[in-house]
Design a protein around this ligand. Structure first.
Ligand SMILES: [Zn+2]
Length: 380
């Protein structure tokens, strides 16, 4: 059976038979009852649609990508090749083969086309930006994602003259490792692969803590001394985390830089940073060099449940922000946004100078028990 969302089936029944949503729900309910709950709502809706003579899928002509549903055979659609992926070879116990794929988009959506073995010849002739008309393909569900499988019966017609490439506007989705530039004020809990550009305006001394030299787990005090829950009492080594405050003109946020990111940000080795453990005063020079610095960072936003505000976990950091258009733009936006904040009548906490907010947090920061980060859940 075709897999089609319940709402889509209902819409099609309404469109073709003029029944109200209520009437359709009643028919579906009746069908469900008569089949003693042996089928899903979608299944019942399907049967109702068929009994009413509703054509759920019109496969007599070309459909849009959004209209493709799993189970369709002999489907026809057109789109632009947005990405062409490397052909991969695979081997199982019984056979070896290769599989190729590309991503095709029209203005309704994107879909992956899959080519097995000798079908890859069809893909070989294509390049990104080509328009393609696909006829006689099979749509299947692969772990919740639709794919179109190209077989020997499928025509894969490149750049047919009746299709205008400029009429297809779909864009490729973000790949893993690509980042979305956001403003701090637009960040939400669990936003990942985010890039921020802004200024450092407060830097706290690195915090050091003991970890197990064998498994890097945080060590806990016991009667016998500091111990790893797996390896017992062992001589600890030290790890560190660096917190700073960052402003992009839209808002401010606390950045959390773990060991590697802290090293990148400070441009220092493990040894150099660990030396601050016994000489925190020496850190002030490093701190001064960072204040006011424009940096570009990527990472993810996370709600700090202890303080009830977002913080940003840095995964990579760049101090080498090019003195180009990007920085000029950011500076202009920064000034613009700062002016806006200063002049607008916004709630008091928003107009409060940033520094006082930092001080409040900073005092908590050094008090130990109220640290913003709970190390206990974190693996290093
Ligand atoms: Zn351990």
């Amino acid at each position: 059976m075709l897999s089609m969302p319940l709402e889509t089936i209902k819409e099609k029944i309404t469109a073709q038979k003029g029944l109200s949503a209520d009437e359709i729900d009643k028919l579906i309910k009746k069908k469900l009852d008569s089949l003693s709950g042996l089928i899903s709502q979608e299944g019942a809706a399907h049967i109702v649609a068929n009994e009413l003579g509703v054509k759920l899928v019109d496969i007599s002509g070309s459909v849009t990508i959004k209209e493709l549903v799993a189970g369709l055979r002999n489907v026809e659609f057109a789109g632009k090749i947005i990405r062409k992926y490397e052909v991969r070879e695979f081997s199982t116990e019984k056979s070896t083969g290769k599989v190729g794929s590309c991503l095709v988009g029209d203005n309704s959506g994107l879909i992956r086309l899959v080519f097995w073995n000798e079908q890859i010849e069809k893909l070989d002739r294509a390049k990104e930006g080509d328009v393609v008309r696909v006829k006689g393909a099979f749509v299947r569900d692969n772990s919740g994602r639709l794919e179109v499988h190209i077989n020997t019966m499928t025509s894969f017609i490149l750049n047919p003259p009746d299709l205008d490439p400029s009429s297809f506007t779909s864009q490729a989705p973000k790949e893993e490792g690509e980042f979305t530039r956001k403003k701090i004020s637009d960040l939400q809990d669990q936003d990942v692969n985010i890039e921020l550009l802004g200024y450092v305006f407060e830097v706290f001394s690195p915090r050091f803590f003991e970890v197990c030299p064998q498994c890097n787990a945080r060590m806990r005090p016991t009667d016998a001394g500091l111990a790893c829950s797996t390896h017992g009492v062992v001589e600890p080594k030290y790890n560190f985390v660096l917190n700073l405050y960052f402003d992009d003109g839209s808002d401010t946020i606390r950045l959390v830089c773990w060991r590697e990111q802290a090293k990148d940000l400070l441009g220092l080795t493990d040894e150099a940073i660990l030396a601050f453990k016994d000489d925190l005063a020496a850190f002030s020079e490093v701190k001064q060099s960072l204040l006011g610095e424009m940096i570009k960072i990527s990472g993810r936003a996370q709600m700090n449940s202890l303080f009830g505000h977002l913080e940003f976990i840095v995964s990579s950091v760049s101090r080498e922000v090019k003195a180009d258009e990007e920085i000029k733009e950011a500076q202009e936006e920064f000034v613009e946004a700062s002016n806006k904040v200063a002049s607008a009548e916004v709630p008091k906490e928003k107009t409060e100078p940033a520094a006082s907010r930092v001080d409040a947090t900073a005092s908590k920061d050094v008090s130990g028990s109220e640290t913003a980060i709970d190390f206990s859940d974190i693996e290093f």
